[in-house]
Design a protein around this ligand. Structure first.
Ligand code: F6R
Length: 609
């Protein structure tokens, strides 16, 4: 995800900015840029690719400057390029902004600004901010930013530099982190603490809606109304490596905890302002074209394949269209039955998985249209597919996929709603109901994350077992598969998922006294059947952990431990139910002392067959 740094003080600002950006490299980025004041004039340098390229381009110039802002971009709106890299300017070139987050209504704003004569130099959502500041500016930089942000819907951490104010930086945040570093006679801005570690150990952590104003006289924090806020100083005592993980012991835990934010970003502009419908504007196929497809084939690997399995249930239920789900490594060699009326959906976090790319090419060679669901802008999958829907999970660094998976699920629901509309299989009221349930998910995931400690205790109790079984019916079965994969890949405990109804066709032979079985019990229509399977396990003295929506007496009575999720419709339960499974896997692996972020024999991006 993008990174922001800002500096004002006696050092060479460009060196501080470049160093700060390098310290944020671990977050992933595709381009970088800085803006600074050089002899009173606002200058910008930005480059696609590595920070080293930006650094090189600045070396010839060797600017001596005391104030500047910098950014590493992880493309969202517009492909990675020099032009789309931040900072962005207004029409006059007097204001430069860097921004993390997504401006959901940027399309409307861009149109309105265009009609008022503004000209845009990039494809980004961010650039509208610079033009809005230009319009709002009446001599007070802070007031101009505040006024500009009043027009904006979405999430942001933003920093603003202007030629009119050679000793002032202003910044603001909403749903995207931003901190102010307090040095001696020098002040810093950063989206993440690691950027500041060599310079400042005392910081203000900006809260939602707050703004910061940095001058050589000090740093002030202001509320939404522009009133000063008495801010507590936070003392940073992390080492550099821990700080990259934002204080979390592992990237995996950090990424699990980032899910509310990732889900909000993925849903973001895809819900109508009224909140009663979902839209996927990036899909250029019309409803008529979508209606013509007779089949959907989803192709992916590993966790992304599990997202595809949920997608099958969702699309078939909402849109009544047949859906096949294939492992990419199987699909490419089995001569699949495809025709021009089949939409092939490939799901890939990295967009670089060799088997998935090969499957995509195979599908295109056979005349299918391919829609990609991916997390990485400009990845091979994104470039080669006909249509792309991005998950805005931000860079996923831990090998075990967590936030990419839940955002993939969200996209599959949105796709289901789109197909339902095209095929007329759901009423507007039904679509509004599903949309409303999806909108609640990020806050509900937050509630599940609050149970972290209980899950850790549970995990520590079972961390020495040799086998764990996951059972479920319907959507819960697909979640069970993901739960088992998560556990085995990071803890090295043998974990197996079984459709609950299949237990007695073989797997039950392995259930003996004390064997832990995790029973997903979120599907209300199938609950009775599932509980019968749980009783089969109990009769063999297995130990059952049940996961259910809200408080369910019949589940609590039947299992040994119960994990309660917030109450929600069963149909959207997978996005919630997987979260405690991720945490259980994480804490079991942690208790066993495993190398969680880099499990043995595994790689984050599988670019070989
Ligand atoms: C498991 C995991 C893998 C990936 C798989 C596909 O936690 O991360 O199973 O899901 O290698 O990777 P992408 O989604 O990048 O194609």
């Amino acid at each position: 995800m993008c990174g922001i740094v800002g500096y004002l003080g006696a050092r060479n600002a460009v060196s501080v900015l470049i160093d700060g950006l390098k310290r944020l490299e671990y977050r992933g980025y595709d381009s970088a840029g800085v803006a600074f004041l050089n002899e009173g004039a606002l200058k910008v340098h930005k480059k696609v690719g590595r920070i080293a390229a930006l650094e090189e381009s600045l070396q010839a110039l060797a600017p001596q400057t005391r104030i500047g802002i910098g950014h590493t971009r992880w493309a969202t709106h517009g492909r990675p390029s020099d032009r789309n890299a931040h900072p962005h300017f207004d029409c006059t070139g007097k204001f430069a902004v860097v921004h993390n987050g997504i401006i959901e209504n940027y399309g409307e704003l861009r149109e309105q600004l265009g009609a008022r004569g503004h000209r845009f130099a990039s494809e980004t959502d961010t650039e509208v901010l610079a033009h809005l500041v230009e319009e709002a500016y009446e001599g007070d930089l802070c007031a101009a930013l505040r006024a500009a942000l009043e027009h904006v819907r979405g999430s942001y951490a933003v920093a603003l530099l202007s030629e009119y104010h050679p000793e002032r930086l202003v910044a603001a945040r909403k749903d995207s982190p931003l901190v102010v570093g307090l040095g001696r006679g020098e002040y810093f801005l950063a989206s993440d603490i690691p950027a500041l570690l060599p310079y400042a150990r005392q910081v203000y952590l900006l809260s939602e809606g707050e703004m910061a104003e940095l001058t050589l006289d000090g740093a002030r924090v202001l509320d939404r109304q522009g009133e000063p806020v008495a801010k507590e100083i936070f003392n940073v005592d992390w080492d550099a490596e821990a700080a990259e993980r934002g204080g979390f012991p592992h990237f995996m835990l950090k990424e699990i905890c980032e899910q509310p934010r990732a889900l909000r970003a993925t849903l973001g502009s895809r819900v109508t302002p009224e909140g009663d419908d979902a839209v996927l504007k990036e899909i250029s196929l019309t409803l008529d074209e979508l209606r013509e497809f007779t089949k959907v084939t989803v192709v992916a690997c590993g966790t992304a394949y599990h997202a595809g399995l949920i997608g099958k249930y969702v699309l078939e239920k909402l849109a009544r269209i047949p859906v096949e789900v294939d492992l990419a490594s199987e699909f490419r060699y089995r001569n699949p039955l495809l025709d021009a009326m089949t939409l092939v959906v490939v799901i890939s976090q990295s967009g670089e998985t060799a088997d998935t790319i090969a499957a995509l090419r195979e599908a295109r060679a056979r005349g299918c249209r391919v829609l990609a669901v991916t997390n990485v802008v400009g990845s091979t999958v994104a470039r080669e597919a006909d249509q792309v829907v991005y998950t805005w999970a931000g860079p996923e660094i831990a090998v075990a996929s967590t936030k990419a998976y839940t955002t993939q699920l969200l996209v599959m629901y949105l796709l289901g709603l789109l197909f339902a509309k095209a095929r007329g299989t759901r009423t507007a009221a039904e679509i509004a109901e599903v949309t409303a349930a999806l909108r609640k998910i990020p806050a509900q995931v937050e509630m599940i994350l609050e149970q972290k400690e209980c899950l850790r205790e549970l995990a520590e109790k079972y961390c020495h077992c040799e086998n764990v079984f996951f059972i479920g019916r319907g959507l819960d079965y697909a979640v069970a598969l993901e739960g088992a994969l998560k556990l085995k890949e990071i803890s090295y405990i043998h974990a197996e998922a079984c459709a609950a109804g299949e237990l007695k066709h073989g797997t039950l032979a392995l259930i003996v006294e004390g064997v832990p079985v995790i029973a997903l019990a979120t599907q209300d229509e199938l609950l009775e059947k599932l509980l019968s399977n749980v009783k089969e396990v109990k009769a063999r003295e297995g130990t059952v952990l049940g996961v259910c929506l809200g408080k369910k007496e019949e589940v609590a009575r039947t299992v040994d431990h119960v994990i309660n999720l917030p109450a929600a419709p069963s149909f959207v339960a997978p996005i919630l139910a997987v979260v405690p499974l991720q945490l259980l896997a994480y804490y079991m692996a942690a208790a066993r002392g495993c190398d969680i972020d880099k499990p043995r024999n595994l790689a984050k991006s599988v670019t070989v067959e």
